[in-house]
Ligand binder design. Structure first.
Ligand SMILES: [Zn+2]
Length: 302
């Protein structure tokens, strides 16, 4: 149900408009906020979310502060179980990315255990990762990856125009201040460098069909982009949007089963799909609204 009460005192973190309306009221107990891939039916509970009527961006209000500090202590054994899916997804995504830029220095922000970076390295990119979780970054380092445990802000203080490509997979929805982080990304990219990210489109057809059950509604997500609000953010941050494709998500039975645990009907869907996975163990899903969004740095911003 959509509640259209005017929210006073709110400012859109993307366009700065004060024309904000409530979208969903809070149904999350902050003490039950989770940071792992082990999904339950409570995973879909969120803080109060609102929508900017100017740029269409949807975001938590008030913006929960310092959530990112929790990522430092995240240990996620469930995440490790799905490395095969991530590696196959990385191969599919890099086939698209390599057509635009096939070599160069690549930074993956929120690199977790480094599965994407290992595939990028095999294809010839010079790789680096940024990861706040001590546990994940140690695993990535053991694979021989250079991992920075600092924030983007600190990395941007140290370097400028260093990278040809920066990727963010399922990261931008977690950011408290995406506009500020885009400034750091702009600073870190070389002129003409590529920014490539994956996030859901809150105005996409699947979000509209599933409503409150859409899988991007999660307590740990602060920002919910639309194609329009993402392009607005790009324009304000010195980027030119060049393409939006569908993210290619490789999934196994285990991975999909875990993802569907947040829905009461998930086990029934998996009972039907089980036989399909016996015949074909890996499925490639390319769903509408799963944005593989690509932009190019066209000007420097301060
Ligand atoms: Zn806005």
């Amino acid at each position: 149900m959509l509640l259209f009460s005017i929210m006073k005192g709110n400012i859109c973190p993307i366009c700065g408009s004060k024309n904000i309306k409530q979208w969903y009221p809070a149904n999350l107990d902050p003490k039950k906020l989770r940071f792992t891939y082990e999904f339950t039916q409570e995973t879909g509970n969120t803080f109060c979310v609102v929508r900017c009527l100017n740029c269409t961006h949807v975001f938590c209000s008030p913006i929960p502060k310092n959530i990112y500090k929790n990522y430092k202590d995240v240990i996620d054994k469930e995440y490790l179980r799905h490395a095969q899916s991530r590696i196959l997804s990385a191969k599919a995504v890099l086939r698209i990315l390599s057509k635009l830029k096939s070599t160069g220095r690549l930074l993956d922000v929120g690199c977790a255990t480094g599965d994407f970076l290992i595939v990028a390295k095999e294809l010839g990119y010079t790789i680096e990762g940024l990861e706040l979780s001590r546990w994940s970054s140690e695993i990535a380092k053991k694979k021989g990856i250079i991992v920075c445990k600092k924030s983007l802000k600190l990395l941007a203080k140290q370097f400028s125009k260093k990278y040809d490509v920066i990727t963010l997979w399922g990261v931008i929805e977690h950011l408290e201040n995406p506009k500020e982080e885009m400034r750091y990304l702009n600073h870190l990219l070389k002129p003409g460098g590529l920014l490539v990210l994956w996030t859901g489109d809150v105005d996409g057809i699947i979000s509209k069909i599933l409503g409150r059950r859409w899988w991007y509604w999660q307590g740990q997500h602060i920002q919910y982009f639309t194609h329009k609000s993402l392009n607005c953010l790009a324009k304000l941050s010195g980027f030119k949007h060049i393409a939006t494709k569908r993210y290619i998500f490789a999934t196994t039975y285990d991975q999909l089963n875990n993802s569907l645990k947040r829905f009461w009907f998930g086990k029934y869907i998996m009972m039907i799909l089980k036989f399909g996975f016996i015949i074909k163990p890996i499925w490639y899903l390319s769903l509408p609204g799963e944005m593989l969004w690509i932009a190019r740095k066209i000007r420097r911003i301060n």
